[in-house]
Design a protein around this ligand. Structure first.
Ligand code: ZN
Length: 270
């Protein structure tokens, strides 16, 4: 009688989805959002008689390393299918629409290519506030998470706060742990690399993350409302040049802030 197997089977009350290492059996009903379709959030799966950690545990470790790394409920809803090109239509200017089409295509291509080539070049979404940059970055993140990819989604001001807190707590292992996760995660999203109050210290931290990732050829998705002159001004020349090396620049613009357009649409319906 194999005791350990019995114990494991008690933990795994329900029969497991038939699954292989490469991922989900697609004939199963769609999993509930946020619940691992492979292990049903148990964290372990059976391989023959042995219990092994599920691939989602790696992602949980990444999420748990940062307080704010999880995608917010709003961002979890972002998907390529929901990217609405209507917001980019204007009778006078066709550029907004063309840019948005190109941006969506670039995002979808990145998603597709990175699954074949883990060293795919990253993307830098650049455009004003409310032009859909974060939406596309979150859509990539969600699509990859659904494919069991390990990703880290960080909002830059939160990242800096957290690094600062771990640093000032004189707990340098903790700080280097956080930096290590950001440096080594297969896909990193840095949302809102904007005009924050960067100190020399925070500039160095961002550079060290990007520099590591470029050396290891790990893709990074960045959103920013700064142009390249401004990035250079705020983050320095070497970070700016790293970004050019590691990312394709994707421009987004809108006739009007999409949040405002959504607001007007909603209020009109009332
Ligand atoms: Zn799992």
């Amino acid at each position: 009688m194999d005791n350990s197997k019995n114990i494991i089977e008690k933990i795994l009350k329900k029969p497991l989805l038939e699954q292989k290492n490469e991922g989900i059996n697609r004939t199963q009903p769609a999993p509930k959002a946020g619940i691992c379709p492979i292990c049903d959030d148990r964290g372990i799966i059976l391989q023959g008689d042995t219990a092994v950690p599920c691939s989602c545990m790696e992602q949980r470790k990444i999420d748990n390393s940062f307080k704010n790394a999880r995608l917010s409920q709003e961002l979890k809803n972002c998907s390529f299918a929901k990217f609405n090109l209507e917001y980019y239509q204007t009778p006078s200017e066709a550029d907004h629409y063309t840019n948005a089409q190109k941006a969506l295509k670039a995002a979808q291509e990145f998603f597709k290519n990175v699954q074949v080539n883990p060293h795919e070049v990253g993307l830098l979404f650049s455009g004003p506030v409310g032009s859909g940059k974060t939406f596309l970055a979150a859509s990539i993140a969600n699509a990859l998470l659904a494919k069991q990819y390990r990703i880290l989604f960080l909002i830059v001001p939160d990242l800096l706060d957290e690094l600062r807190a771990s640093y000032s707590a004189k707990n340098e292992t903790n700080e280097s742990d956080l930096l290590d996760v950001a440096r080594t995660v297969p896909v990193l999203v840095l949302d809102d690399l904007g005009a924050h109050n960067y100190t020399e210290w925070s500039r160095n931290r961002i550079y060290s993350i990007l520099n590591y990732r470029i050396n290891e050829q790990l893709p990074t998705i960045i959103t920013t409302n700064l142009d390249f002159n401004e990035i250079e001004q705020h983050l320095g020349e070497r970070t700016c040049s790293r970004l050019l090396q590691m990312c394709r620049i994707v421009k987004l613009s809108t006739p009007q802030d999409i949040r405002m357009q959504k607001y007007v649409k909603r209020e009109k319906l009332k």
